[in-house]
Design a protein around this ligand. Sequence first.
Ligand SMILES: C[S@@+](CC[C@H](N)C(=O)[O-])C[C@H]1O[C@@H](n2cnc3c(N)ncnc32)[C@H](O)[C@@H]1O
Length: 207
Amino acid sequence: MGSQWSNDKAYRQAKKSGYRSRAALKLQEILRKNPVIRQDDNILDLGAAPGSWLQVLREMTDGVLVGVDINPINPIPGVTTLTGDFSDPVVIARIRELMPEVNGIVCDASPKLSGTRSYDQARAIDLNQQALRVARTLLKRGGNLIMKSFQGEDFSWLYNQVKKDFYSVRTYKAQTTRKGSTEMYIIAKNFIGYEPDPEENLSDGSA
Ligand SMILES: C[S@@+](CC[C@H](N)C(=O)[O-])C[C@H]1O[C@@H](n2cnc3c(N)ncnc32)[C@H](O)[C@@H]1O
């Protein structure tokens, strides 16, 4: 990541501030425009490696902070990190033990990109669905979700799924996103609480 972006202004700026990646600046921007984190919130970060969002969040809340990634995250003072897939029930059970309640979830997870846009978009949406399931399982009523996605044919389907579970949902395109990227953040506020639809096919989560 570092060598690829070493000439990137945002990367240099992030590194200078002590952050592990330029993604830190993106989260700062998102939260400036969408202030959804309170000072005592417990926050869960899905797809958290190398950890720059966790660094930013640690500066913003005194609550419990847990980050999960399939790749290990180098330790950050005051943050618990778990190595594993966030859709794994064992990981979910461990999060439950660590967090008395979850007030906010942030998800910057992305699949490894193949370069084929439609294929990558489908995998990203699948990851978003997994993150939404985690939110339905763990998020406290009234809690907030910030989730990265990618615009494409399934994006509006995903957006409508999120709208069923939160009182307020909007999209936000970060200015720090690279030109030409389809990356889009979903900002979902005030979790309604999830009542599974009896008609819903729980095996694939589709409505
Ligand atoms: C863009 S990086 C996140 C950067 C992070 N927000 C930061 O500021 O350092 C995306 C991460 O999502 C992780 N990821 C993708 N699928 C995952 C899954 N199912 N469970 C856990 N982590 C996942 C990847 O391993 C990768 O580290």
